[in-house]
Design a protein around this ligand. Sequence first.
Ligand code: HPA
Length: 262
Amino acid sequence: MTSYSAFAQAVAALAPRTAIVLGSGLAGAAAAFVEHAAVSFAAIPGWAVPTVAGHGGRVVVGEWGGTPALLFQGRLHFYEGHPWSMVTTPIRMAQQWGITRIILTNAAGGIHPALTPGSVMALRGHLAWLTPQSWRQLARGQGLSQPYTPRLLQLLHAHEQAHGRTLFSGIYAALTGPSYETPAEIRALAICGADAVGMSTAMEAEEAARWGLEVAGISCITNKAAGLGETTLAHAEVLINAHRAVARVGELLCRLIHEPSR
Ligand code: HPA
């Protein structure tokens, strides 16, 4: 692990254009990433340290198949007590480092019947009105219509089709957690059009779009949402099922990293 200033120099030297935020239990999706330098969140001025199991709290710069990239291993959540401005700090930092495309990954509960544990969903939209709305005041009404870049979504669909698979793209409902939802809340979310539910990503996506970054979102479905499966939800189950989807998520990340920037 290096100092912040040494890390900033390594970023400037490699000049990555794509950044990835790795969600709960998804560290293995970036196994092919070759590290050049890493810094802990704690060593970055003004950053907080994640407290959730499965979130490393490191930023790494390196290469993936010869293409430079930046990797956030872990993220900060509202439910850990951070203000929204802190939750979205990594996005602004990435933008200042010259990043033009951000890929947000997360673990999510499946609401749509097709989204069973171990499956993958690309985000084509989100519902975020069940989170405290103070974070949208930061945006002052700008650019909320479509944070997820349609071109990137099309690339992901084409990639999966070329490999004989169908990619599910759907709507992610962002709640603040930290407790999982009630079955009644999940039924309400389903009626409102949500396909999956989680506790992150939406605010980061809107912040990134506001700063002019291309945005892709990928959910790894770790469990059936509350009331839809046979087991009681637990963070341990989330981590185990995240491992089942890491290879496919890794392929999608690789595809996006190698797409030239616009
Ligand atoms: N609900 C909210 N967040 C989650 C879930 C869930 O079912 N699974 C993983 N993250």
